[in-house]
Each structure stands twice: as C-alpha cells, then as structure tokens.
Design a binder for this molecule. Structure first.
Ligand SMILES: [Zn+2]
Ligand SMILES: [Zn+2]
Length: 187
C-alpha cells in the first residue's frame, strides 16, 4: 500500500511539475518578510549543519543537479542573458566605486607599513610612490602574484625586503644597475 502511494505521488509530481513549481513560486512570493528573515536566521544560526546538509545533498545528487542546471540554462537562455546584462549594468557603478575604495585603502595600508615617502629622494606625493623589491627580482615576483603586489604584501603581513621608492627612483635604479642615479650623482 505504502509503495503504491509513493508511486502515485511520484507520478503526480512528474505530471504536475509545472503547476507545482508555479505554486511554489507564488507561495514564496506570498510569505512575509518576517518568515523570510526567520528562515535566513535559522540558516545563519545553524550554518554548520546547513552547510553540511547541502554539501551532502549536492554530492548525493550531483548528476541530477548538473542535468537540472543544464536544462534550466538551455530553457531560459535568453532570460538569463538579460538578467546578467541588467544586473551587471545596474550595480556596475557601485561595484567599480567600491573596488576603487578598496584599492585606495589597501594602498594606504601598504605605504603606512613601508613609509609614505621615497627612501631615495623623499618624494611623498602618493601617486608617485611604488613598492620596490630591495634585492631586485621585482618582475618575477610581480608575475608570480599576478601583479597584485599590494594585496600579496598585506596577506603576508608586510614582510621585509621591500621599500618605498618613487617611480622616478625606481626606474632610475633599474636602468642604472641597481643604484638610483641620484646616488651616483652624489659621488
Ligand atoms: Zn625618489
Ligand atoms: Zn633617487
């Protein structure tokens, strides 16, 4: 009997899939803000459990989920494309602005750690300043961190071996065999 009922339900769900989905959508739109909040609060409070549960679920249903996602993408290709386009455009400005703020504050942190003026000539105009690899090899290192040298320095707690130089002295040093022409002039 039990088996029959399950069979029946399964069949029902398959046959009425679209209806059920619509109903779910409507229901979700109808539930109140508090209910939504209490749900997300529950998920926050039980973060570990929730994560574990969904990881297990995903693992168990990997194939099915992938197939489902593929189907969804192909059925809703146009809609997805538009959504991405508009949401991307909508938040573009604020995203760019926040990225800019983040880079500026990262730069501040880096030069607070290594000094806010060129160790060679004393230039202290922020846009002119760079971080110099004291022992050379700057190009190689920059490449290995994908050019994100400030980020790398911060992540590594501002290690020794770096100093603040202005662009001028940095280039001067590079083309003058490791010594800024400023210093060579003094001699
Ligand atoms: Zn300088
Ligand atoms: Zn110099």
């Amino acid at each position: 009997m039990q088996g029959n009922r399950q069979e029946y339900l399964k069949k029902y769900r398959i046959e009425h899939r679209d209806e059920i989905r619509e109903y779910g959508k409507k229901y979700y739109a109808l539930i109140t803000r508090e209910q939504k909040e209490s749900r997300s609060k529950y998920r926050r409070d039980h973060a570990e459990e929730t994560r574990k549960y969904s990881a297990e679920y995903r693992k168990k249903n990997e194939k099915k989920l992938r197939e489902k996602a593929r189907k969804y993408r192909s059925e809703n290709a146009e809609e997805i494309k538009n959504k991405v386009k508009t949401s991307f455009g909508k938040y573009r400005e604020s995203r760019l602005a926040s990225a800019k703020r983040w880079r500026a504050s990262l730069k501040q942190e880096v030069f607070s750690a290594y000094g806010k003026s060129c160790v060679c000539c004393g230039e202290n105009n922020m846009p002119f300043l760079t971080i110099d690899h004291i022992n050379g090899e700057g190009g190689k290192h920059r490449k290995s961190v994908n050019g994100r040298i400030y980020y790398w320095l911060k992540k590594n707690n501002f290690p020794p071996g770096f100093q603040t130089l202005c662009y001028n002295c940095n280039c001067g040093r590079r083309i003058n065999g490791g010594v800024c022409p400023h210093l060579a002039l003094e001699k």
